[in-house]
Design a protein around this ligand. Sequence first.
Ligand SMILES: Cc1cc2nc3c(=O)[nH]c(=O)nc-3n(C[C@H](O)[C@H](O)[C@H](O)COP(=O)(O)OP(=O)(O)OC[C@H]3O[C@@H](n4cnc5c(N)ncnc54)[C@H](O)[C@@H]3O)c2cc1C
Length: 444
Amino acid sequence: MAIITKSSEQETQNAGDYLAWPFFETHHQELAKNINQWAIHELGDLQPDDIDEACRVLVKQLGDDNWLRYAIAGIEYGGFSAQIDTRTLCLIRETLARHDGLADFAFAMQGLGAGAISLFGTKMQRENYLPKVATGRAIPAFALSEPEAGSDVGALQCTASFVGEHYVLNGEKTWISNGGIADFYVVFARTGENLGSRGISAFIVDGDNPGLSVTERIDVMAPHPLARIKFTHCRIHASQRIGEVNQGFKIAMATLDVFRTSVAAAALGFARRAFDEALRHVKQRQMFGKTLADLQLTQAKLAMMATGIDAAALLTYRAAWLRDQGHRVTKEAAMAKMTATETAQQVIDAAVQLFGGAGVVSDSPVERLYREIRALRIYEGATEVQQLIIARELLQEPSYKPQPELPAGAAETGNADRKPDPKIEIRLDIKPDPTVESSTAGQV
Ligand SMILES: Cc1cc2nc3c(=O)[nH]c(=O)nc-3n(C[C@H](O)[C@H](O)[C@H](O)COP(=O)(O)OP(=O)(O)OC[C@H]3O[C@@H](n4cnc5c(N)ncnc54)[C@H](O)[C@@H]3O)c2cc1C
């Protein structure tokens, strides 16, 4: 086991200034302080040797202390509110990531793994699964990616054939977080003849189904449970299908619209921690008869790091706030995820540089962050995919057409008095989407 330095109470209070931003209500501010206190007192300082067990313990701990209620929707199913509050989700992820990447992972996967059920599940599915997820008695997984279908979701090959009252699943999934420890998997498989992203449906497969096997455990640079899984004549009852047949792609994308913003929040948490560590270090490191902080090149770095963090935070909480107002946030979530993950990588790299040799010592805080952040630029849509999503959304917007000149003062008032656009599709309303077959729509 390796010892890491814990984020101090003082630093995390300083990081809380942004809570005064207008995106947040009083209950958000209180929650952010409470989860921060919880993390300071409850999260360990040790890097676990057994990642699976550490994950199970964290899920139980988060469940026992009522944090997982925020990861699912529906008060009657143990959730905190009828809909997932995206700002709360983001504040929890940001705070956990600042303290402990694995705690953030454990929390996030309860939400993502059960996300399709929260958003689209039948009453029976919600009753069967969500209360267990909300209390930490069940661990879910989200199984979309395949060996030949990562960014290109439309290429997925796993099939679900309808036989009598059952579906029979055959095929493989890979890069499945919680693979091997999950109690159930939300699986996306091909049900229709349609090619591409059409013809995909979503299903719940219990972890003990004899047709499901874990074929490989995958070790990654920031360890967490990850596996390749296989379905071999895996029979599930038709009632385990989530949503309408052939609507799986839209279900996956709607789920990602919620959780993509929270990936941005986790990146923000990693970046804030790296900044805190760097700031503390440069103030005390003596060099050339002064401190490292006294050198102007250091000050330039700190300025870029802090500005990047604020820019990422603004985009993240804009997306979260917009979604909580009932808007579709495909573009804003993609902007937030792209900016926050790319910025966090730069901030953490700068922190490693400021630490010099000490920054690359295994399991030092900044070295861990350097490993933690990398995958966030790839999963739930690589940065290149976010760029394509943003561009696609921009090109579809009515504002893409030449606009009349703004009246005087409009630039200052911005969107303050803009009403929600009734033409904007609300995320739970999954009407047929003509963009689904466009060139980038099959990407995640
Ligand atoms: C740690 C980790 C956890 C994960 N957890 C899950 C999970 O729980 N469930 C799940 O379903 N999946 C999960 N994934 C899979 C993840 O979503 C995929 O890795 C991701 O979608 C990229 O797919 P790929 O790895 O096949 O890369 P590829 O699709 O082969 O893409 C490789 C690279 O190509 C580039 N690229 C992509 N599209 C374009 C384009 N149009 N133009 C130019 N360049 C492009 C990007 O840089 C991308 O990184 C996880 C992955 C990791 C690393």
